[in-house]
Write a protein that binds this ligand. Structure first.
Ligand code: SAM
Length: 302
């Protein structure tokens, strides 16, 4: 079998991806090469070469990536913390920044035995499954409105259960529904949510515009349509002293905390930055002394 050295093939892939405007051409070129060769990216320097069929396969994947197909769709998976989830057409690709929200939530659960956790807008199930993996004693519920996304979540949940993780309870549901999960009212220790939050008129990269489901990304004129409902719903679900973490657009570092404060249901409202120092998620603790506000169909609270 004739092998060619790997390095020039990877450099050529990087060049083509950079030319196509891909954000991280070196990382993507190496991850695609590692995928073709069936090795971890860190072990690429130990690979002596690539045969012609491997090189052709790599060229094909690079062409797809240069056409701005998301890297995770090509690989078939996306990582978060200790787990990976399967992703592809019909489901939102998990982003690295969401891991910060998961870590914050896990820190709030320290010392809470057998916590009840709800992941709203679960998509691939990645947040629910990350939390279930880290806390085998937890009861984790995950809610998703879209059938295609839900089938990815189901596949991922079945796969993690096969690894011995706590099973996640999947619910087909809409966070704007006042009857959603009423059986958990006042009983939840942690609500996490990465909702659609991008303001409708915001330009996005081709990977997002052409491959993430629109309803997973955009959240109305100010991006807050779904978050308004989540603020009210979490107030109903959380026990007193329970915690909420909700991801948001980098333009919403003031508006989302303001919604949380205005609801009157929370204390200790804070905003947090991502690794690029952009406002990324807001957190709050369910007030100790007030009644849960009612959730109206319009999303207003009273
Ligand atoms: C940004 S994606 C997040 C997916 C996942 N949590 C993650 O972090 O990768 C938002 C998800 O919310 C779902 N969604 C949008 N509106 C919803 C609603 N009203 N009720 C429930 N799910 C909703 C979308 O279908 C999509 O899967």
């Amino acid at each position: 079998m004739i092998r060619q050295p790997l390095r020039p093939a990877v450099l050529e892939a990087e060049r083509l991806l950079a030319e196509a405007g891909v954000d991280s051409p070196r990382a993507d070129a190496e991850l695609l090469a590692a995928h073709v060769l069936g090795v971890q990216r860190g072990r690429l320097p130990l690979v002596p070469g690539i045969d012609e069929s491997g090189a052709e396969r790599l060229r094909d994947l690079v062409r797809q990536r240069a056409g701005r197909v998301p890297l995770q769709h090509i690989l078939g998976w996306a990582p978060m913390g200790a787990i990976t989830v399967a992703v592809g057409p019909g489901v939102f690709v998990p982003r690295p920044e969401t891991e910060l929200l998961a870590e914050w939530g896990l820190a709030r659960l320290r010392g809470v035995r057998a916590p009840v956790v709800v992941d709203l807008c679960t998509g691939s199930g990645v947040l629910a499954l990350t939390l279930a993996n880290a806390r085998p004693d937890a009861v984790v519920h995950a809610v998703e409105r879209d059938d295609a996304a839900l089938s990815w979540a189901r596949r991922n949940a079945e796969s993690r259960a096969g690894h011995g993780d706590t099973p996640v309870r999947l619910h087909r549901g809409d966070v704007t529904d006042p009857a959603l999960l009423t059986e958990l009212d006042g009983a939840v220790d942690l609500v996490v949510c990465n909702p659609p939050y991008v303001p409708d008129s915001t330009p996005v990269q081709p990977e997002v515009a052409d491959h993430d489901p629109r309803a997973a990304v955009f959240g109305g004129p100010d991006g807050l349509d779904v978050i308004r409902h989540v603020v009210a719903l979490a107030a109903r679900l959380l026990r007193q002293g329970g915690h909420l973490a909700v991801e948001h657009d980098d333009t919403q570092g003031e508006s989302v905390p303001a919604l949380l404060r205005a609801s009157g249901a929370y204390e200790d409202v804070r905003d947090h930055e991502d690794l690029a120092n952009r406002p990324r998620y807001a957190t709050a603790r369910r007030e100790l002394s007030v009644q849960a506000p009612r959730v109206e169909r319009s999303g207003t609270t009273s």
